[in-house]
Design a protein around this ligand. Sequence first.
Ligand code: ADP
Length: 197
Amino acid sequence: LGFTEVLLSEIDGPLSNDARENLEVVRGSGQQLHSLIDDILDLSALESGELRLNRREVDVLSIAEEVVREAAITTQSKPLEVELCGESAVAWADPTRLRQIVGNVVGNAIKFTLEGRVQVRVEQRGRFAILIVSDTGPGIATEVQTAIFEEYRQAGDDASRRVGTGLGLAITRRLVKMHGGFIELSSDLGKGSTFTI
Ligand code: ADP
């Protein structure tokens, strides 16, 4: 992946259009494999009990801000608005893992929503920090709403299955549970989905 970036930056000389296109395919496939390997390693660490949390006081809003800022780059090709609202909310959490949790749910909302809006809201409710991610995407059928939190389970059509592995939500759910939290989904097919953590 590193050398692909070097070649694409044309430091070593100009690229033809074909060469650029091919390198972009190499980069895309490489990134996909990279995230697959990361997911499998996380899952194996979670299953063997080797994954440890490094907890401290974390502001969920500032983590959500980072995630939304980075995610905005990937929405540029779609008529999609990503909006962050709410208030500071302190959680006793592992910042890296919290970022992964927020990144997965926000990433899914952006990935599956072709147009409209993704809203990320952070609230403090008593002892809990709450993150609500809602989208105007395809929604998730009632009969698969439990299954998508299991390993390798995906909903939707073949095209949407190709863009992932079905591991993200399984890992997210386990990480949320390790933090003593919970994740809920409410969705109407054709209207959108809301994930509350
Ligand atoms: P992946 O995104 O790699 O397929 P996930 O475990 O993150 O795996 O998600 C499992 C499935 O849940 C997805 O394949 C998709 O069918 C469904 N899904 C998750 N988030 C959304 C969403 N915001 N809108 C519609 N479908 C979703």
